[in-house]
Write a protein that binds this ligand. Sequence first.
Ligand code: G6P
Length: 607
Amino acid sequence: MCGIVGIIAKREVSPLLVEGLKRLEYRGYDSAGIATLANGHIKRRRAQGKIGNLEAKLAERPIAGTIGIAHTRWATHGVPNEVNAHPHATERVAIVHNGIIENFQEIKNELVAEGHKFESQTDSEIVAHLVTHYLDQQMKPREAVAATLKRLQGAFALALLFAGEHDLLIGARRGPPLAVGYGDGEMYLGSDALALAMLTRKICYLEDGDYAVVHGNSVEIYNADDKPVTRKVVETAASGALIGKGEFRHFMLKEIYEQPGVIGDTLSTYLNPATLAINLPALPFDLAKVPRFTITACGTAFYAGFVAKYWLEQIARVPVELDVASELRYRNAPMPEGGVMVVVSQSGETADTLAALRYAKQHGQKVIAVVNVPESSIAREADVVLPTRAGPEIGVASTKAFTTQLTVLAALALATARARGAIDKVREAQLSHAIAEVPARAAEVLAHDKQLKLIAHVISQARDVLYLGRGPAYPIALEGALKLKEISYIHAEGYAAGEMKHGPIALIDEQVPIIVICPHDELFDKTASNTQETVARGGKVIFLSDKPGIDKLGDIALTSVELPTVDPFVAPILYAIPVQLLAYHTAVIKGTDVDKPRNLAKSVTVE
Ligand code: G6P
């Protein structure tokens, strides 16, 4: 992860660099820093923690310059302090880096033997020293960078600034994305279009292995073989405005409340409001003939894929393989002929998900990407993009991206079921109708916010919390536990309700809240029995169900939340919302940094 910005301008760049960093803070916020050239000399300011700390430092001790680079860090090698903050520099060059240089130790040993002095514990600092080593051998900056890139192993995006070179930045990528932005007599580098959105919408994405030699008026791009290449320049849709929180205290709460609207926006791409027919874009394969889907993703997106496994198997009667991308990419899994991979990703940049996509393509799979960022690497490399229309998601804990992913995956399951003749017209109409109703039902779920806030007081006292669910409610239990862990730092586990007696039941006592995700579906009675088992051992049950469910079981719970009665098909989308709100309110009670929880980042571009 980490975010990178580079600017060659006709004006002072340090405020522009900081603005760019603010848009990239979702990539990490362990430290931030900038470097500029003042009278040909490299000047740096760096600060531990969020970008606000760097701003405060710059306000006290500004640095001048019309060219510079900047970085916001998510620490991989070296603790998040000021010394390890980027840019790293020698007298001759400053660099910012996103990714991991796997052979850094070997290169560092060589350079130390030559007399280079290192100040940080990072892998990144060797890039500054290796480039300096080549510059010292009288190489020109481009040659020195090209020689350096040939030595580096691993995945990285880099931006480099050279002492004495007021009209030169070099950017390079292998793995993580890097974009070149075109201004009016100014040029930019950025980890994504969002970073440059306040400067330009004219963007060129470097391809894997490329490096770009950037001047104020031009750019030359070279591929990994040092051959000049031309890359497409596109107009991006990224809005220049920094997105605000509006009336909400946190982005996360705002994004939770946006769900009825953005689920509706997403549906408008797939659902004909007059006929309620689901339509997918043209596919380069026949859904009726797919022998197996492989679904992969990371984090919350993985749980959306997990729900889709149930849907595709139950409704479309097609076998589904499911794995987290960090496992799938390395387990050398055989892929069936004619198979289709579905990758799910909000950012479209998650390193493991992208690697799993590439693995699938190499093994003859067609790839469908369910993504929120249309210009992302995953969107560009997939065969088909099924966009979510969640809009920018700023809170690190994913909420509206999740429910819009579920919405798209429900549409995919329905289209697959129809193509395979797995459902009749009547059932298809029922399911489409149920999907069409989700925005309205989601708004009803939000009306329970006050009650959920009260329940959060119970959860905030707990050391451990269990989430239970069966069938498609099981991934929602996993997602509920993940949300609580990531923002409130309370230990939580999601469990398949039937598995509870194989271990976690030992945890249960009067102190452990158990959140049961239990729509009144065909498995209701099974989950009800498991709920009874927890109550019998003193567990405090928070029961998320509907009217028929609560009529049957509500009185054994500490408290019940009555969600709308809907077709069980769409229940996972709606039951995601109360678990988000429970985690949110618990985190607020605990006083954590809800939108930027410790150690996490929104976009994970390292493996
Ligand atoms: C990080 C984020 C999660 C997200 C996951 C996958 O861990 O903090 O919210 O679910 O990455 O990200 P993606 O962008 O691929 O959905």
